[in-house]
Write a protein that binds this ligand. Structure first.
Ligand code: NAI
Length: 331
């Protein structure tokens, strides 16, 4: 099968090449998929895309016209693909449903620990031989209440880690997992109660029409003034404008994010010579109690291996005219 891999990054190519073992003819390009760059897929049976690529209605129509039959996502999230359009046009779409929940959960905890214990500020001081300890005071995590929004694969690993810290766990999900109740004493509650009671909130829901701007000024107004919010899910689960307002007023303690509402077209490239004209990103960057990483929670050896192997597995199944269990459109 001829496969065009959009948004190919140098660090993932060796993993994909190893998993492929010369089976498919793969071309890697750095370009993002959008309605303009879809033309590059002429002559390819399949394309592979990541979270910043945009497979909207128009793009999918073009891909169909150019002969593309399959889209292999190298991500869990698929909010960037118009599945209805793909289904209507007979294009199969599969994702990598669980490449390493540990990678993402551990990154969420890293953001929290770095923020809580002021690790970046402390290290900057030490590098400048400033050993003053003012304004570096954090909190013990032991006995604190952690609210987990979305207790699926990543949320449940996050719950396990927080349980290890001795935290009290509360959770919100439309599909409750009784194992978490039994194993980690997690108590399911409403989203409003979770916001009221939590010292730390970690977000792990997918982005969809129900979760878009789930965390807005109404919910933020219920939160404790020192709450630490961590988001490694998708940027638009939080209404960024409202969180900036809360930061301005000192209504939240800290914010750690690996994802940003406007990340598409900004993240995944060195932009130090063409600083993005994104006011919200600049505002967030200006706060000392905001820690941002550029969507790199998935960057572990294990996650990249699983992403590559599952992506190639999905392509193999299609080449053999078989269904992959990772297909997102069930007929
Ligand atoms: P999952 O499907 O295992 O869990 C998601 C959970 O959210 C499920 O339990 C589901 O019932 C719940 N949920 C869905 N809609 C909801 C709603 N409206 N209200 C409350 N709960 C709702 O997914 P997984 O693997 O845990 O991934 C979660 C998200 O993390 C992905 O959708 C993706 O956007 C993001 N992600 C981010 C990565 C990164 O590098 N920063 C990497 C991988 C995933």
């Amino acid at each position: 099968m001829k496969v065009l891999v959009y948004s190919a990054k140098a660090f993932e190519i060796p993993y994909l090449e190893k998993a492929n073992g010369n089976r498919h003819q793969i071309k890697f390009i750095e370009d993002l998929l959008n309605s303009k760059s879809a033309v590059q897929a002429i002559g390819y049976d399949a394309i592979s895309i990541f979270s910043a690529d945009e497979a909207c209605f128009i793009t999918i129509e073009k891909l169909k016209e150019f002969g593309v039959k399959y889209i292999a996502l190298r991500s869990v999230g698929h909010d960037n693909v118009n599945l209805k359009a793909a289904s209507r046009l007979g294009i199969k779409v599969a994702n990598v449903p669980a490449y390493s929940p540990y990678a993402i959960a551990e990154h969420a905890i890293s953001l929290l620990l770095a923020l809580n214990r002021r690790l970046i500020e402390s290290n900057n001081r030490v590098k400048a031989y400033n050993f003053n300890l003012d304004n570096l005071v954090g909190i013990d995590l032991n006995n604190k209440t952690v609210g987990i929004i979305g207790t699926g694969r990543i949320g449940s690993v996050t719950a396990k880690i927080f349980n290890g810290f001795g935290c009290k766990l509360i959770g919100y999900d439309i599909d409750e997992d009784q194992r978490l109740v039994e194993d980690y004493d997690l108590r399911y509650t409403s989203l409003t109660e979770l916001c009221e009671l939590s010292d730390i909130i970690s977000i792990h829901v997918p982005l969809n029409s129900d979760t878009y701007y789930l965390i807005d000024e109404d919910l933020i107004s219920l939160m404790k003034p020192n709450v630490i919010i961590i988001n490694t899910a998708r940027g638009a689960v939080i209404k960024t404008e409202d969180i900036i307002e809360a930061l301005k007023k000192g209504n939240i303690g800290a914010l750690g994010i690996d994802v940003f509402e406007n990340e598409r077209g900004i993240f995944f490239k060195d932009r130090s010579n063409e600083i993005p004209d994104d006011v919200m990103l600049m505002q967030l960057n200006a706060y000392p109690n905001v820690l941002i990483t550029g969507h790199h929670a998935y960057l572990t050896h294990e996650a990249l291996t699983n992403i590559a192997e599952t992506t190639i597995y999905n392509l193999n199944q299609w080449e053999k005219q078989m269904t992959s269990e990772n297909e997102l459109i069930k007929n």
